[in-house]
Each structure stands twice: as C-alpha cells, then as structure tokens.
Design a protein. Structure first.
Length: 157
C-alpha cells in the first residue's frame, strides 16, 4: 500500500513582527505627542457639545483662566466660585489684583496688552454674570481680547 504525502500549499504568515511594529509605533507616538496640560485644570468640568473642538492653532500670547468650584468625591460643589490660575485658587471677586499683576508682567515682557488673549475656561455650573465680572476685571487691567471655553450643553462628569 502506498501512502500519499500531501503538501500543505497554504503558508501561514507570522504576525509577531507586525504586532511588535504596531506596539513600537504606539509607544513612539505617545512619547512624541504634545501633552501640554500645564494650563488646563482637571477640576474644571466643561460642558459637552457637538460643536466644541480643540484649538487648531497654537496660541502664543494668551493667559488661561480656569473658573470653577472645588468639588467633593461625589461631584457636589463645596466651595464658592474660584479662579484657578497658576497654583492659586482665588475667589472671583478677589481676582482683580492678580489680573493687574499679570498685565504688568506682560508689559515687562514687551508685549502689547491688545495682543494678549485671555482664555477663560469655565465650569458648566458657573453663572454668566460671574464670567462677565472676570472679563470686566481683565478689561480694567488693560486686556482687550477674550475667548470663552464654555458652551451650552450637557455637562460631563
């Protein structure tokens, strides 16, 4: 009796090198990606909206003010409205002198205050009048440009 040997004509591709390359690319892009979150405060919960998009251009002359509350573990508000700027937490009504100091710093750096943008990132629970008060104080300090990063919609938790 003769035994017929059949040859396997389908060859399997070794995927191990491909998986290695994919993981190396993931690691590379994680290291190269710009994670500049220095001016973003995680305590500020911005509302979600379909139209909200991250900034496309890099702002050079801008000051970021995060306005929000201190919250407990359940997300309940446990403080008055605060401005989180640099490492300080200042009540909104007491923030005027800090804006004046920032204006003086910008002037000493040789920048025109009309070119410096105040970017306000406000918690979704902050009242409009409180944001207007911060804008008024910034105008009193000499700033003229403002952007607001709080859009009406469902607040993220």
């Amino acid at each position: 009796m003769r035994i017929k040997l059949s040859r396997n004509t389908v060859r399997e591709v070794d995927m191990t090198p491909m998986i290695d390359i994919v993981f190396q690319l993931i690691a590379f892009f994680m290291v190269v990606n710009n994670f500049e979150q220095v001016k973003v405060d995680e305590r500020i919960k911005l509302p979600r909206d379909q139209l909200a998009r991250p900034r496309e251009e890099v702002a050079v002359d801008h000051v970021v003010l995060n306005i929000g509350y201190v919250r407990d573990d359940t997300g309940a508000i446990i403080s008055e409205p605060l401005v989180f700027y640099l490492s300080a937490q200042t009540p909104i009504l007491d923030f005027g002198p800090t804006l004046q100091t920032e204006a003086n710093v910008q002037k000493r750096l040789g920048k025109e205050l009309s070119d410096v943008t105040i970017e306000i990132r406000a918690d979704g629970d902050i009242e409009t009048g409180q944001i207007q008060e911060v804008i008024r104080m910034a105008q009193d300090a000499g700033f003229q440009k403002f952007t607001l990063k709080a859009i009406q919609g469902e607040q993220q938790r």
